[in-house]
Design a protein around this ligand. Structure first.
Ligand code: GUN
Length: 294
């Protein structure tokens, strides 16, 4: 079997074009440009690239994207005060704090400081709570992007076994929540799954993964999930982006998986571009929330 490639770049381009049109309509209706501020603390090279990509994507979608750069040695109180200022600035609709923060900076009080109405990452406790209750204000970008990709390729998850490997707050937990919900952003066919949230302590992880019709790999370990862990015909979504020498690799051994799976996302060009597309969507949503509340 040679797996179909689920093209995240193409799907993201379609989503971004859709957001661009809606941004034009929003600007015509309200005379306001949706605005996102990304906070980058320190000089982590990968984070700098991600933030630059977000800036570029904003510009293409007609969204104003600004970056607030702060030194790695910034005091927590200074960072929180900067966020409070952005919260109070009516011209700023979305705020994101690029993760990871430098070693020694506790992310919790920083992320908690972001106004939930501007929390385009969907990291604040209020927004995570709303998501858990099935009435999301914002959708978490990477999980929502994955659901869009599944819909684009008509991979229904309803009634099927999904194994999510990795229990992070950014991907694993919200992904499991969205897929297990009764209804979802793309309708019941892309929700209603039977979800197993697996992790590093799961006993016999290969056997658990082998039960899955759909595998979501988000454990952050290069090529960790092997081809012989997969049920033949499974759909494999690889969230990992790991450096292996000169190459970028996912959390799944791609060549092996391609021989067993029916469909698989590549790295790069799979899930990564979808995250940014959904961030643009959320920024527009934040601008709408702001103006509807006027
Ligand atoms: N670092 C890696 N992924 C993300 C993300 O989706 N949002 C933020 N803020 N930081 C990240």
């Amino acid at each position: 079997m040679t797996a179909e490639i689920l093209d995240g770049r193409k799907t993201a381009a379609e989503l971004r074009e859709n957001v661009r049109h809606k941004v034009v309509a929003f600007r015509e209706a309200y005379g306001v440009q949706p605005t996102l501020v990304a906070i980058l603390v320190g000089e982590d090279p990968a984070s700098s690239v991600y933030v630059r990509n977000k800036e570029k994507a904003c510009a293409k979608a007609g969204i104003a994207g600004r970056v607030l750069r702060l030194p790695a040695v910034v005091q927590q109180s200074v960072l929180v005060e900067q966020i409070h200022q952005l919260n109070a600035d009516a011209a700023v609709h979305g705020i994101l704090v690029q993760l990871p923060l430098p070693t020694g900076v506790d992310p919790r009080p920083i992320l908690d400081a972001v106004d939930p109405l501007k929390d385009v990452d969907c990291f604040s406790p209020a927004n995570v709570g709303l998501l858990m209750q099935g009435r999301p204000r914002f959708l978490p970008c990477t999980p929502a992007g994955i659901i869009q990709l599944l819909r684009r390729y008509s991979v229904s998850v309803q009634g099927r076994q999904v194994v999510v490997v990795g229990r992070s707050d950014i991907v694993g937990k919200p992904m499991a929540m969205l897929l297990a919900a009764k209804d979802g952003p793309c309708g019941a066919e892309y929700a209603n799954a039977t979800v197993t949230l697996a992790h590093s302590q799961t006993a016999d992880l290969p056997a658990t993964v082998r039960q899955a019709d759909i595998v979501i790999a988000a454990c952050g370990q290069p090529e960790f999930i092997r081809g012989d862990w997969l049920k033949p015909g499974a759909v494999v979504i690889d969230v990992g982006i790991n450096r292996s020498g000169e190459r970028l690799v996912g959390d799944v051994a791609f060549e092996e998986a391609s021989k067993v799976a029916s469909a698989v996302t590549p790295v790069p060009g799979g899930v990564g571009p979808l995250t940014i597309a959904m961030l643009l969507h959320n920024t527009l949503q934040a601008a709408r929330l702001h103006h509807w509340a006027q």
